[in-house]
Design a protein around this ligand. Structure first.
Ligand SMILES: [Zn+2]
Length: 533
């Protein structure tokens, strides 16, 4: 076959379908014939009433034009993937085609999330027996995001997690199960959340008592020894002994080490005993997982994926200032290009991988990456007068908020992947966490004084994060512009809690926990000194 004929054939196969009539930028005309536009899901009252009690916004207000219609140009080569993508986009546009943006129905989501804690789980959940700490984490964190006080569950969380501590160190996913680093991660996060809530507003001695109940029973020495067993000479970690190696294991291990207050000496270990330094080669390992697309895979040479990208970006930001840690270890231009391609138009939600559909949980995995990349690319709010150039907002927070509010709220409570899917506890937490990422701007700030222990900690960079309700405005090439824009949410009633962008627990819970370790270590020093005497 000649070159010209091959080209002619490929052209015949790849006809591009242009629309007969170009839609205007504000049209949302995707309904089937005879179909009525849906009303806002929470608008059960009169037809003319907006769904909000107070301020409300039009569903498409300030959403970029590309989120208002199906793509103007469609590839005529039909594959299963392209057809699923088009039908998903059509369905989602039907859901978002509402006059008013529905409010976040906090009351029914709270009811959905309280049910497993107050009434227990049905027998159908037996298959999740190895995910006990995860179920606790998803529900308590999601409730905390919705403004619920989960401190009342602290004692029960402790009694549920204690039996998961393995005699050899670490945590299993269920009673009597072998230790796994994800189980340790979810256990420590849950304890950090419920003890933070339980101790709020208490005098210092009572606050310390809450933390002592929550954390003093953890065998930190054995846990450290167990983490040594999953450390690899490559710099990475395995999820458990004999288990798979991936960046999720590295992220979980670093978060556990950071939140349990280990110091440099603990992490170095004893080379004469063959200990590998726990942070040795870890940044280089994460660096080797960036793919040709610009995203990050589970391990070197694996496909780029939103969940693994978040693990790597968050872990790197535990080890350094985000600007330095990300730009030194990753090709940021390619990363931004890949992250940008994860937010789909017109849907507004994120996909986790190339050619996959949007899914509400990537609001956290990809939205969380944006929080860290933006912190690396903009000045801290406390330095408003800084001469540093701001790049501004790099993604459409409005489009994600529209996707979450119109597509991810289950009619009977709970949050979900997309319309047609059932809500679950995992998606409830990660959709709400993503909503928090869209409603808040996070930045790194090393301009305030911290305790000497945190200042010396190998994870000190994780304790310098702050949040703002404003987003930075881009600075022009001539240095003009910059500053901060207000208004990430239009209705304060929809606002969810502020979360730590690396640990995914309430912002502030990490410093409360560290201040307790300082007290605990001091008491330990006093105890050992007095016994020596
Ligand atoms: Zn999902």
């Amino acid at each position: 076959m000649t070159y010209q004929r091959r080209v002619a054939n490929s052209k015949a196969k790849r006809k591009v379908a242009f629309p007969k009539v170009w839609p205007t930028m504000v049209q949302v005309e995707l309904l089937d014939e005879g179909e009525q536009p849906q009303r806002a899901t929470r608008d059960e009252g009169g037809a003319e009433e907006p769904p909000h009690h107070g301020f409300y916004q039009m569903a498409h207000e300030r959403v970029p034009a590309m989120h208002l219609n199906l793509p103007f140009i469609l590839d005529d080569l039909k594959t299963e993937t392209s057809q699923k993508q088009l039908s998903t986009a059509r369905n989602i546009m039907k859901s978002v085609n509402q006059q008013f943006l529905p409010s976040l129905d906090k009351a029914t989501h709270i009811e959905f999330l309280l049910s497993p804690l107050d009434e227990g789980l049905s027998g159908g959940f037996v298959g999740l027996d190895a995910s006990r700490p995860w179920l606790l984490y998803w529900c308590t964190n999601a409730l905390s995001l919705l403004g619920e006080d989960v401190g009342i569950y602290n004692d029960r969380v402790i009694s549920s997690l204690k039996p998961l501590q393995h005699p050899g160190g670490g945590f299993g996913g269920g009673n009597g199960q072998a230790p796994h680093v994800a189980a340790a991660y979810a256990s420590i996060l849950t304890l950090a959340i419920t003890s933070y809530h339980a101790s709020r507003g208490l005098p210092e001695n009572e606050r310390l008592a809450v933390y002592a109940d929550s954390f003093a029973w953890i065998d930190r020495g054995k846990l450290l020894q167990w983490i040594r067993k999953i450390k690899l000479p490559s710099g990475g970690f395995k999820v458990n002994e004999g288990g798979e190696e991936d960046v999720r294991a590295g992220y979980c291990a670093l978060v556990v080490l950071a939140l349990l207050g280990y110091d440099d000496e603990d992490l170095r270990g004893d080379p004469s005993l063959g200990d590998l330094p726990l942070l040795g080669g870890v940044a280089e390992y994460f660096k080797s997982c960036q793919t040709w697309e610009g995203g990050v895979g589970a391990k070197p040479h694996a496909e780029a994926h939103g969940g693994y990208a978040f693990c790597v970006l968050a872990a790197l930001c535990l080890l350094g200032d985000p600007e330095e840690a990300l730009s030194k270890n990753l090709d940021l231009n390619r990363l931004v290009s890949w992250l940008s391609a994860r937010q789909y138009a017109p849907e507004g939600g994120f996909s986790g991988r190339t050619n996959k559909l949007v899914d509400g949980c990537y609001s956290t995995w990809v939205g969380g990456c944006w929080s860290l990349v933006e912190a690396a690319a903009n000045a801290a709010e406390s330095r408003k007068m800084s001469t540093r150039i701001n790049v501004g907002d790099l993604w459409s927070r409005k489009a994600l908020i529209r996707y979450i509010l119109t597509c991810c709220q289950g009619p009977n409570g709970g949050l979900r992947d997309k319309p047609g899917m059932r809500p679950d506890y995992y998606h409830s937490n990660y959709v709400l966490l993503g909503l928090s990422a869209a409603q808040h701007y996070y930045y790194y700030d090393d301009s305030f004084a911290q305790s000497p222990v945190i200042t010396k900690s190998p994870f000190r960079h994780g304790y310098r994060w702050k949040s703002s309700k404003n987003v930075p405005k881009p600075t022009g090439n001539d240095g003009a512009g910059g500053g901060w824009l207000e208004g990430l949410v239009s209705d304060e009633g929809d606002r969810v809690g502020v979360q730590h962008p690396l640990f995914n627990i309430p912002l502030g819970a990490e410093t409360q926990l560290q201040s307790w370790w300082e007290w605990y270590n001091d008491v330990g020093d006093v105890d050992s000194t007095s016994s020596e005497i």
